[in-house]
Design a protein around this ligand. Structure first.
Ligand SMILES: Nc1ncnc2c1ncn2[C@@H]1O[C@H](COP(=O)(O)OP(=O)(O)OP(=O)(O)O)[C@@H](O)[C@H]1O
Ligand SMILES: [Mg+2]
Length: 981
């Protein structure tokens, strides 16, 4: 009998409700005394059946029986047990009914409901409390007499082992959605097998070992006991099956059952049935086949069984397979060892598969024998797991595949189940119910102290520290437990993150989750809080301390909130959590990690009381980060909120900074805005920022001023403003300075700075920065510069690395905007198709964000690429779109529009229009220092002259293009132009 747990736990159980119909009518016919006896018989039968399947009868309400499967200990097949019990109850009632019919001329009918779900157990008054119980009751009430209705969760767990029809969904009180229900038709006798979704991966060594062992067995005519050990789902049965499919031998097999009466010899009887024709078994073997006239002691049975195997092996080598040995009864295990020890002169391979729990019961299994091998089957290697994921989840998006890969930890069953779950629900990978049941069953077998250590570790996370667990264990011991947990392969030693400590990693994230989810929420709240207290003192070495502390304090608060009502302590927790998360947000800003910024700041703001003075600044930063990610709608809303909150609080700094943020947003969202006006507004805001002494704000303002001046055509002056921003003395690593540095690099490329110098600037940024975002910018710029110097492939790689970095940081706007830069490189290299593709991708992302400012340039470049590809109409329509959304004084798309239209006109023979348009373009860029754009115009002029047959003019245009390219140090362009000359 398993020990009842006194402590409160959350667990997934299966609840069976069974009610009798017709007992009221029966009460009219028979004497109360007889009725009482009849009902007692029914209850007794029900209780016996439930208990035989490992369930616990909770109580009788009127005529109803409620049974819970999973209390006190969870089994991996609780749902199937419950359904089998229901089926058997229905059958057995038939016998009872026959007696009732004979004795009283009446019958009883049962209605049953079975449902699976999370409940709380271990509370004093009841075995299980939770919605899952109510649903089971509701199913039972809705069932027709004689019917068993299964809830959705139960059905999903047992569907491979039963037959059932969908039943119309049930309306239920207090449920927003009707309940899905399935009518049980029949239960299969065989336990359901596994899917075998993919071809076999890996396991070559183990197969060879098996084959070698079998070869020895045959050549030496000896018996060998080969045991494959490994955790559930790791692939023991599959390995055996693969081996057997190619083996030249008689194969017999039996498996141990997880429960049942008289199952000691079950696997033996299966084998006997395969070897001896029905009815021909004699002596001890007949006794285990249920022939009551025969008799046999365990020794006699073992002897007879061995003789049977030997006789068989005399004709042809024999492989006897016994699966799931961890469920084997001692007499059966003795029998296997007996065969291994005593068998002589017969080629017999005893192939056994077992989970490591076998060693809990039989530490010495296979030990001390010369003819025995134990092999531990490890999880698949990461590459093998990835292969399996790719096979099973073909076509699934990469993110999902890598999450499955990560969570499965090399266990093929987990991979299969998670892939199946993701395919069915299309949702995030959670713990699939089958795996949940498997792991929960495994954890329920742990000693209470081990369990408790595991749960405390789970509070810290997938990796946890010894001293933390000790601190949470109320002085209880942890070292012995940790060793036991390592031995049971639930956790592994891991490099500690904290000095002078030991760390452990959960073998799978799923084990962590299962352990964690068993904790009542009140306990989780308390443990998170205590862990945060511990970490605040002991975790000073952690880089992301604020973030981690913020998380644990937040969890402590959130669980209290779920349980309600909130008290003063909860308010303090929320405040502390928000403070840490805000600090974490600051670090993330400095790393340039937009994803993290958004996560941390949103969570912090959700915890702050509305009037907290820190809220407006947080909202402003969040708005900025959201706009980088292309979520401009939310960004604008948040900016408005920040402004009104700042106004209310008289927060001048946020008000002044918001003016700058607003300019950035206008540029991206408002086509009829003017850069010149933005510039004036930025200068005004800068005065404000200077007045209140906000240096960082001033740096930001100068960044924006520089950008606007650059776009308006004066990149040299822009650089001067940016230099001034940096001289404001923002400390190194300051994110406002990082932003400026990023822009300096872009401006340097578009402007007159030489390619070599651009590259040196990028190198310098890469050497000094710790911001991932700045690194992304610097790599792209560096790559473009390298390509211009003639090393195209190297440059492309660098651009790709930079863009991937920005992509991973979630900085969609930069990622998309930089496609203009990338296309400049590709067009320069004579690969318009590459340029076109990059621009089309960028344009799609910007358009999806309703962005227009960068999009104008991207579309304009795309039009140029289309023209290079000879698609004139498309080029014209793209440039039309570009100028439609470009702000009036954004020179780049407007000038390029004339270039594209002029070239098309010339290509169509209209040299008059072409000349006018190019002149217009020339006037637009005359006073600017846009080197790249000037080169474009000069080359276009050369092309038009060439098409018109005006050789001298062409030569002159090429000469001026050459001068620009030489000044820029654009080696590739220089060479191309020289060749044309
Ligand atoms: N090497 C492998 N390549 C591909 N699929 C595999 C591999 N190993 C196992 N699988 C698949 O993973 C699932 C689980 O494997 P299997 O049933 O052999 O596990 P097990 O170790 O016997 O588990 P249990 O202890 O529960 O019996 C099966 O569907 C199997 O086909
Ligand atoms: Mg198996």
């Amino acid at each position: 009998m398993e020990l009842a747990q006194a402590r409160e736990t959350r667990k997934v159980v299966t609840v069976l409700f069974c009610d009798v119909t017709g007992s009221t009518a029966l009460g009219e016919r028979i004497d109360p005394e007889s009725l009482r006896r009849v009902m007692a018989r029914y209850f007794e039968t029900a209780k016996a059946i439930v208990e035989r399947h490992g369930g616990t009868v909770e109580k009788f309400i009127g005529d109803a029986v409620m049974a819970v499967f999973g209390v006190p200990a969870v089994h991996e097949d609780d749902a199937l047990r419950a359904v089998r019990a229901a089926d058997e109850l229905r059958d057995r009632l038939g016998e009872l009914n026959d007696e009732l019919e004979a004795g009283y001329g009446t019958r009883l009918e049962l209605r049953m409901g079975v449902n699976t779900g999370e409940v709380v157990t271990g509370t004093e008054e009841r075995l299980a409390t939770g919605d899952a119980v109510n649903v089971a009751a509701r199913l039972e009430q809705a069932a027709q007499p004689g019917e068993v209705l299964l809830g959705e969760e139960t059905y999903l767990l047992v569907r491979d082992g039963i037959e059932a029809d969908a039943s119309p969904p049930l309306e239920a009180k207090g449920k927003s959605e009707p309940l899905a229900a399935y009518r049980l038709v029949a239960v299969q006798h065989e336990a359901p097998g596994r899917r075998h979704g993919a071809r076999m991966i890996g396991r070559k060594r183990q197969r060879e070992l098996l084959e070698g062992t079998f070869a020895n067995v045959t050549s030496d005519r000896s018996c060998h006991l080969f045991t494959i050990l490994g955790t559930a789902g790791v692939g023991k049965s599959r390995l055996a099956q693969e081996f057997l499919s190619g083996v030249n031998a008689t194969v017999v097999s039996g498996r141990c059952l997880s429960y049942g009466e008289g199952i000691s010899y079950w696997p033996v009887t299966e084998v006997v049935k395969q070897l001896v024709p029905a009815g021909e078994a004699t002596g001890p073997l007949a006794s285990i086949l249920g022939d009551d006239s025969a008799a046999g002691s365990p020794e006699e049975i073992a002897w007879a069984f061995r003789k049977l195997l030997e006789a068989q092996a005399a004709e042809r080598p024999l492989v006897a397979v016994f699966d799931d040995l961890h469920w084997g009864e001692p007499t059966f295990l003795d029998l296997v060892e007996h065969v291994a020890d005593l068998s002589r002169d017969a080629p017999i391979l005893l192939l056994c598969m077992a989970r490591p729990e076998l060693l809990d019961a039989r530490a010495a299994w296979g030990g001390g024998k010369l003819n025995a091998t134990n092999v531990l089957l490890e999880p698949l290697a990461p590459e093998e797991t990835a292969e399996l994921v790719d096979l099973l989840a073909e076509g699934a998006e990469q993110g999902l595949r890598s999450r499955i890969l990560e969570a499965a930890g090399g266990n093929p069953l987990f991979v299969e189940e998670m892939v199946a779950m993701a395919a069915e629900s299309g949702e995030e990978v959670a713990v699939p119910p089958t795996i949940q049941a498997l792991l929960a069953a495994r954890l329920d077998q742990l000693a209470t102290a081990e369990r408790s250590v595991l749960e405390r570790g789970a509070v810290e996370g997938q990796v946890f520290h010894r001293t933390a667990v000790a601190a949470l264990a109320d002085g209880g011991s942890v070292d012995r437990e940790l060793v036991a947990l390592v031995r049971k392969d639930l956790v592994r030693p891991e490099q500690p993150l904290l000095p002078e400590d030991d760390a452990y990693r959960f073998r799978h994230l799923l084990i962590r989750d299962t352990a964690y989810e068993a904790l009542p929420k009140a306990t989780r709240a308390e443990l998170h809080e205590r862990f945060a207290d511990w970490l605040a003192v002991n975790g000073l070495a952690l880089v992301e301390l604020d973030e981690i502390l913020g998380y644990h304090l937040e969890q402590a608060y959130r669980y209290r909130e779920e349980l309600g009502p909130l008290d003063d302590r909860a308010a303090v927790l929320a405040e502390q959590a928000a403070t840490r998360l805000l600090a974490g947000g600051d670090h993330a800003l400095e790393r340039g990690d937009g994803h993290a910024v958004i996560g941390l700041l949103s969570r912090a703001l959700a915890l702050l009381p509305p009037a907290d003075p820190r809220a407006p600044a947080g909202q402003l930063e969040l708005a900025r980060a959201l706009s980088d990610q292309g979520d401009l709608d939310r960004a604008v809303v948040l900016l408005d909120e920040a402004v009104s909150a700042a106004r209310e609080a008289g927060n001048e700094r946020v008000l002044a900074r918001s003016r700058i943020a607003r300019i950035d947003f206008e540029m991206m969202l408002t086509p009829d805005w003017k850069m010149a006006e933005g510039l004036a507004e930025a200068e005004a805001a800068l005065v404000d920022l200077d007045r209140i002494g906000d240096d960082d704000g001033a740096i930001w303002a100068l960044r924006v001023i520089g950008s606007l001046i650059g776009w308006l055509g004066n990149n040299g002056e822009a650089q001067a403003r940016w230099r001034r921003a940096i001289e404001r003395g923002g400390r190194a690593g300051n994110r406002f300075v990082n932003d400026v540095l990023g822009w300096m690099l872009l401006g340097a490329w578009w402007g007159p700075t030489s390619t070599a110098e651009v590259r040196a600037l990028a190198d310098e940024a890469l050497r000094t920065t710790s911001s991932k975002r700045l690194e992304g910018y610097a790599r792209v710029v560096r790559g473009v510069a390298i390509a211009a110097q003639g090393r195209l492939e190297e440059g492309r790689t660098e651009v790709r690395v930079g863009k991937t970095l920005l992509h991973d940081l979630g900085d969609r706007i930069s990622w998309a905007g930089l496609s203009a830069m990338e296309s400049d490189m590709e067009l320069g290299a004579g690969s318009p198709e590459h340029a076109y593709r990059a621009l089309a991708d960028g344009a799609e992302v910007l358009a999806a964000s309703s962005e227009t400012g960068y999009l104008a340039t991207v579309l304009s470049m795309q039009s140029l690429a289309a023209l290079e590809l000879g698609r004139r109409d498309e080029a014209l329509s793209l440039t039309e779109k570009a100028v439609e959304i470009a702000v009036q004084d954004d020179i780049d798309p407007h000038a390029r529009d004339r270039v594209v239209r002029g070239r098309v006109a010339a290509q169509r023979g209209d040299f008059g229009t072409a000349g006018e348009l190019l002149q217009e373009a020339g006037r637009m860029i005359e006073l600017t220092d846009f080197a790249a754009l000037q080169l474009e115009v000069a080359l276009a002029c050369a092309e038009v002259a060439r098409l018109a047959g005006r050789t001298n003019e062409e030569r002159a245009a090429l000469a001026s293009a050459l001068a620009i390219a030489e000044a820029k140090g654009h080696t590739v362009a220089v060479e191309r132009i020289r060749a044309q000359l």
